[in-house]
Design a binder for this molecule. Structure first.
Ligand code: DON
Length: 303
């Protein structure tokens, strides 16, 4: 398949929707980005990378980081991890507090903020340095040693992170945060601030397309664990829009409020698209449209 030609066709097709949606403003440092930017990259399991638009421009990965922290914690903790966090769609916004009290401080899934905070807590326990472990992993998988945190974004989120603080303290009251709450929050804010391009992220997701095998051939996840992460991405990766995303795109995907979305086609390739204009549920408008066009044009989906 001529991936470069397909990406160019997708880019043309999404031009009319570029600039639609709103950039996230609840983290003030994210609000400065032009909503009309657009980039898309595809990395094959063999290591070839294709891209269009701003595909080499780093952006704030935000909640996309949750996929990698889940994989890193699962690789060390195995099934024990699922005692601390569920694997069901929440049907609620990513930063919602309501379900947590009914469900005794056990978050519905690892991709809502509450679930990601539990995973970061676990990763910190397992490694002693959750954010450093994540950064090193992403540098290795993307092949880009320059991948790094954005201190301005991390500080902005720490300053305005009232909801995340509330979620973490609330879960601690149920005994579902083992470490110190401020330490967990700090690692979480730093992990969300990582700046990566579409090319970096498409490469970094390769292990999910290779059934758990890393770029150097070593195994991060078992085949079954890689299937589990992909399944949770499909059902929970775009929050209360996961049904619509599965319906339109037909691939496991994970969004972030920086405007990025990753998607995986097992055995074939990983994709990343970036455009900062978000819909009401925090997913990139042009990003979802581009992935929808990509799977429609190519006929590639998991279904
Ligand atoms: O914790 C937060 O609210 C942000 N750092 C990440 C949220 C996010 O990316 C949700 N994704 N669409």
């Amino acid at each position: 398949m001529d991936y470069q030609a397909v990406l160019t066709e997708v880019w043309d097709a999404v031009l009319p929707v570029l600039g639609q949606g709103r950039v996230a403003t609840y983290i003030p440092a994210l609000a400065a980005v032009d909503p009309a930017r657009f980039g898309m990259a595809l990395a094959t399991v063999e290591g070839d990378v294709y891209g269009v638009g701003d595909w080499r421009v780093p952006f704030s990965i935000q909640s996309i980081s949750k996929v990698f922290t889940l994989a890193l914690a699962l690789s060390r903790d195995g099934d024990a991890l699922w005692r601390r966090v569920g694997k069901e769609p929440s049907g609620n916004p990513f930063n919602s507090l309501v379900q947590l009290e009914y469900e005794q401080g056990i978050p519905r899934n690892p991709f809502i903020n509450a679930g990601a905070l539990v995973i970061t807590d676990r990763l910190q326990r397992l490694t002693g340095d959750a954010r450093g472990t994540l950064r090193d992993f992403l540098r290795a998988e993307s092949g880009n040693p320059a991948v790094d945190f954005d201190a301005g974004i991390a500080a902005s989120e720490a300053e305005h992170g009232h909801r995340n603080r509330a979620l973490a303290h609330f879960m601690a009251s149920y005994g579902n945060i083992e470490g110190s709450v401020p330490e967990v929050l700090e690692h979480y804010f730093w992990q969300c601030s990582l700046a990566m391009s579409c090319a970096d992220l498409a490469r970094a997701c390769g292990f999910l397309a290779r059934h758990g095998q890393r770029a150097d051939g070593a195994r991060l996840l078992t085949r079954s664990q890689a299937k589990q992460v992909n399944a949770v991405m499909l059902t929970c990766g775009t929050y209360d829009a996961a049904g619509e995303f599965a319906y339109r795109v037909g691939l496991p995907g994970k969004s972030g409020v920086g405007g990025g979305i990753i998607a995986v086609i097992p055995n074939r390739c990983a994709l990343c698209v970036w455009s900062p204009g978000l819909d009401a549920r925090g997913n990139s408008v042009a990003g979802v449209e581009a992935l929808d066009r990509f799977t429609t044009l190519t006929g590639l989906s998991i279904f």
